[in-house]
Design a binder for this molecule. Structure first.
Ligand code: AMP
Ligand code: MG
Length: 539
């Protein structure tokens, strides 16, 4: 291991964000409004006794850190912020955001501190950011820390999402700090000490829609233009025409690209049944990556109205079925933020914004067709089939993941001749309640229509199953699975988190040895248990 003072594990820091963009001139770590700046320099708070719980070998490898290195005490110190080398440039980002539909003003990294940007082994750039490493100028009324339960959830989910093929920020590690953090988990006036933890998040950029919105809201148009131009040059090099500020048509292409990648991300969430829970504009990545895993959840019973977030239980703004339109709403806010750059002619921007409907619609159609095993989307008839499926899945509580995975086993060739009862057998496991005769009948009817449609494509059963299994995951991070792993960590046992990570690394593989434990509906005990179905933002 070659560790000099400033190349720990051979990491090469490039720090373009802090090198190129305007910094807060104040350097003390007190909570404040920060104007005219993209970030404030700030040091992580020392963790008393860092203890590594789990790390991602793939992310470590991308950064050039091998398994032996990741298991050293130095690594645990690095990823909790205890080991600051001269080539790092720790900072918290300044951004604002619309929260639950209302402009919230300045937010910023209240409990996240980036160590800096590093070169990856394939010459890419990734920023290492520690979530839960102490207060920053943006902490407002918070303490700057994170508890173990939310950190386990963030670590596991970002890696699970990556392996599912969903655009996401990554997680390098989850570490206990050895410090206690007080939280009122149920907001009922009974705060308790919990284990403090830090997740080292990794992303090419942590810039959010809210970074642009804050400048626009304050009329800081020079900084706005600077951040737009820098973001295009740094993260969208394919769009760039030279080193200077980008002309407006490039800005429009850039915005159109954000519309496209955001739509793509939402299509992917819908495919796997992911509900983000807090789609505020400060949680929308400029790269179309899933970011900020808080009170997220996975659909178990298919229900478009479901949200895991107790804070949103009334309005259900961020419910599963509302995610596509909320993403559009957020894009409108981003468009409003950059509109001042266009002067009076915002038409190109409007046009780019309007492309969302097609980007999402086409993506949705293609995704649904793939999930149902079709070679391609065939128009209105397919749409009717998708719509009818959405209805049939709600007559009785039906597990979305199990239904889609097992659909590939339905006997398409003999659908006409089989009894209703025999035909539905492969998907019967997905029902949470004993199906009535009507459920069996309506499901059979849909299955026969689907089988007919499969016949048009003429794919063989094996070919269709292979294609379907590649897009209908067998293993997703159900909330109660994460909760069981959290309970174990609480008892000092890290094996369950590590095992879950291993299973979720291959979500599309059969893994028969894990079927009984992890390819299964939500157990009854988990229906009402905190952390298993509904979650609060208190983390
Ligand atoms: P979130 O909804 O988790 O994305 O957080 C919204 C805002 O609250 C962000 O500015 C966070 O940095 C901030 N925040 C959340 N939790 C804390 C905390 N414990 N201490 C300080 N700031 C926090
Ligand atoms: Mg956030």
């Amino acid at each position: 291991m070659n560790n000099t003072a400033d190349n720990l594990f051979g990491l090469v820091f490039t720090n373009r964000f802090t090198r190129d963009l305007p910094a807060d001139t104040q350097i003390d770590n007190v909570r404040r409004h920060v104007t005219g700046a993209c970030f404030s320099r700030v040091m992580p708070t020392r963790a008393t006794t860092p203890q590594l719980v789990v790390y991602s070998t793939e992310v470590a490898e991308m950064l050039g850190i091998d398994d032996e290195q990741a298991e050293t005490p130095a690594f645990a110190h690095l990823v909790t912020g205890n080991l600051i080398t001269p080539d790092m440039d720790p900072y918290a980002m300044c951004y604002g955001g619309h929260q639950f539909g209302n402009w919230a003003g300045q937010l910023g990294d209240g409990r996240a501190i980036a160590l800096g940007e590093v070169l990856t082994t394939d010459n890419g750039h990734q920023t290492l950011q520690l979530k839960g490493s102490g207060p920053t100028p943006y902490s407002r009324r918070g303490d700057g820390y994170a508890v173990m339960r939310s950190s386990v959830r963030e670590f596991l989910c970002s890696e699970a999402m990556f392996h599912l093929g969903v655009p996401t920020t990554r997680a390098l590690s989850l570490t206990l700090t050895g410090d206690q953090v007080m939280r009122d988990m149920f907001y009922d006036g009974n705060p308790a000490d919990e284990l403090g933890a830090v997740v080292c998040r990794v992303s090419p950029s942590f810039v959010r829609f809210g970074n642009f919105e804050l400048f626009a809201s304050r009329d800081e148009l020079d900084q706005l233009a600077q951040l737009v131009s820098w973001t295009i040059r740094t993260d969208f090099p394919d769009l760039v025409e030279g080193d200077d500020d980008q002309p407006l048509d490039v800005v429009t292409d850039w915005f159109a690209e954000i519309v496209r990648t955001t739509a793509e991300m939402i299509v992917e969430w819908m495919r796997i049944g992911f509900v983000h829970g807090v789609m505020n504009t400060d949680n929308m990545s400029i790269l179309g990556l899933t970011i900020d895993y808080g009170p997220y959840g996975w659909l178990e019973g298919f229900d478009p109205d479901w949200t895991p977030n107790t804070t949103d239980a009334e309005a259900r703004r961020y419910r599963y079925g509302n995610q596509p339109s909320m993403a559009h709403w957020n894009l409108v806010q981003l468009a409003n933020a950059i509109a001042p750059l266009y002067g009076h002619n915002v038409e190109p921007l409007q046009e780019a914004l309007d492309s969302y409907a097609d980007e999402f619609g086409n993506g949705w159609n293609a995704m649904m067709a793939e999930r149902l095993g079709f070679i391609g989307f065939a128009g209105d008839d397919d749409n009717a089939l998708f719509g009818e499926l959405g209805r049939v899945l709600q007559i009785v509580e039906t597990d979305m993941t199990i239904f889609h995975r097992n659909l590939a086993q339905v006997d398409v060739e003999n659908a006409e001749d089989l009894s209703d009862y025999d035909l539905v057998q492969p998907v019967a496991d997905a029902w949470y309640a004993q199906p009535t005769a009507r459920v069996v009948e309506e499901m059979s009817e849909w299955l026969r229509a689907w089988a007919d449609r499969c016949g048009v494509d003429g794919r063989s059963t094996e070919e269709r199953k292979l294609a379907m299994d590649a897009v209908n995951p067998k293993y997703v991070l159900r909330n109660w699975m994460a909760q069981l792993a959290i309970d174990k960590v609480d008892q000092g046992d890290f094996s369950a988190v590590n095992q879950l990570l291993d299973v979720l690394r291959y979500p599309y593989d059969e893994q028969p040895e894990h079927e009984v434990e992890f390819f299964t509906k939500r157990p009854e005990w988990a229906r009402e248990r905190a952390g298993c179905s509904m979650l609060s933002c208190s983390s």
